[in-house]
Design a binder for this molecule. Structure first.
Ligand code: PHB
Ligand code: FE
Length: 334
C-alpha cells in the first residue's frame, strides 16, 4: 500500500500557532513556536515529553528519508523508533529508567506505511518556508522558529540517492556537476574536481568505471544522510557529509564500519539498552572504527566532514545477534 493511501489522524489547524496536531495509535504529537510535545497514556496517566522542534524535525526527516533505517533511531533519551522491517515500533520512556521502572513508558507497533504517512504529513505541516531539516544550521538558519509560515516541499521531498552499481554508469545515478545544479559546498572549496581516466580493454567499456568520490561528496547539499554509492552483494558503501550533530542516537542491529575520509567526527558511544556512556571515539581523516551491534552512537562534526559508512545489508543479521549466534563485534557474511 502506498503511504499516501493510508489515513493520517490530524487535528484542524490551531488558531494560535497555525500548526496541526497528529495522532498515531496512542501517541500524540503537537508543535508550537519552539517545541514539539509527544504525549502518551500509561497507568491511566497522561504523560508528555518536550523536544526542540528543530531537533525533532531533523530526526523525523531521517526516519522518512531512510525508511526508519536499521535498528533504533533514538530522537533523544526518551522517544524513538525501532525498525521491525515491514512494521515499526514507536517508544517513549522505554530506555529511560525513570519511566520504564515505574511502568510509565509506552511502546506501540505500527505498519510502516501508516507510521510513514503520519511522519510525512507532520514534517510537511511543521516545516516552515526556508527551513531545511537536512541542512547544517549555519546554512538553513532559524526559520524553524515561530508560528506556521509556509512550507518547504522541495527540501523534505528529497529521496536518498541510491545507485544500482556506481554513480556515472549508464542508467545509474548521475555524477554531480555545476551544470546539473550540484555546486561544491562552501566547506569543500579545496576539493579537486578532476575525474579519473578510465582505459578499458576493447569490449569491456561498459563494465569498467571509476569516479572521483571526494568530488561527488563535496557537492552534497545535505548532512547526516548516507547515500548508497556502491553495492556488491550485501556490502553497501554509504558515504555522507556531516556537519553539526547526527540528529538521532542510532542503536545498531548489526555491526557497522566507519571510515573517516576527511576532517574529524567525535562519536559518543552508549550502551544500547541503558544509555550508559561506553566510549568516546575521536575520528580524524584516515581513521577506521567498527561500531558493534550492542551500542547506540551519535556523531559531532565541528567542520563539514566526509565519512564512509560501510553497512552489511544482510537481512538475517538482527536475528543472529539477538539469538547470540554472532558476537556483537563480528559483521557476518556480506
Ligand atoms: C549511523 O547511524 O551510523 C549514521 C547515520 C547517518 C550518518 C552517519 C552515520 O550520516
Ligand atoms: Fe549507525
Amino acid at each position: 500500500m502506498a503511504a499516501s493511501e493510508v489515513e493520517v489522524s490530524a487535528s484542524p489547524v490551531s488558531n494560535e500557532t497555525g500548526y496541526r496536531s497528529f495522532e498515531l495509535g496512542e501517541f500524540g504529537f503537537a508543535r508550537d513556536e519552539y517545541f514539539v510535545y509527544i504525549s502518551w497514556t500509561a497507568k491511566g496517566q497522561k504523560l508528555s515529553h518536550t523536544m526542540s522542534a528543530d531537533a525533532f524535525l531533523r530526526a523525523t526527516m531521517r526516519c522518512v528519508a531512510w525508511g526508519f533505517f536499521y535498528g533504533w533511531l533514538n530522537f533523544d533519551d526518551i522517544f524513538g523508533t525501532q525498525q521491525l522491517y515491514g512494521r515499526v515500533k514507536f517508544y517513549a520512556g522505554r530506555f529511560s529508567p525513570a519511566f520504564h521502572d515505574q511502568g510509565l513508558d509506552h511502546e506501540e507497533i505500527f505498519e510502516t506505511p501508516r507510521a510513514m504517512a503520519t511522519f510525512k504529513e507532520m514534517l510537511a505541516d511543521w516545516t516552515n518556508d526556508g527551513y531545511d531539516p537536512f541542512a547544517a544550521p549555519d546554512e538553513t538558519g532559524l526559520s524553524w522558529i515561530g508560528k506556521k509560515n509556509g512550507s518547504n516541499e522541495e527540501a523534505i521531498g528529497r529521496e536518498r540517492e541510491v545507485c544500482r552499481r556506481m554513480p556515472g554508469l549508464p542508467g545509474d545515478a548521475p555524477l554531480r556537476t555545476d551544470e546539473s545544479g550540484r555546486p561544491v559546498n562552501r566547506a569543500f572549496a579545496d576539493v579537486p574536481q578532476d575525474q579519473p581516466e578510465v582505459h578499458a580493454e576493447p569490449g569491456f567499456e561498459g563494465e569498467v568505471h571509476a569516479h572521483n568520490l571526494f568530488g561527488y561528496l563535496s557537492r552534497s547539499d545535505v548532512t547526516w544522510n548516507p547515500s548508497v554509492s556502491s553495492i556488491v552483494k550485501q556490502s553497501l558503501f554509504c558515504p555522507t557529509t556531516e556537519e553539526y550533530i547526527l540528529p538521532v542516537k542510532h542503536g545498531n542491529d548489526r555491526m557497522e564500519w566507519f571510515i573517516q575520509l576527511s576532517d574529524q567526527i567525535d562519536w559518543e558511544i552508549e550502551d544500547k539498552e541503558t544509555g550508559r556512556p561506553r566510549a568516546k571515539v575521536i575520528m580524524k581523516a584516515g581513521d577506521v572504527s567498527i561500531m558493534p551491534a550492542d551500542i547506540r552512537h551519535q556523531g559531532f562534526s565541528k567542520k563539514r566532514s566526509m565519512l564512509l559508512v560501510w553497512e552489511n545489508g544482510n537481512p538475517d543479521l538482527p536475528a543472529m545477534y539477538e539469538k547470540g549466534e554472532l558476537p556483537v563485534n563480528l559483521s557476518g557474511e556480506f
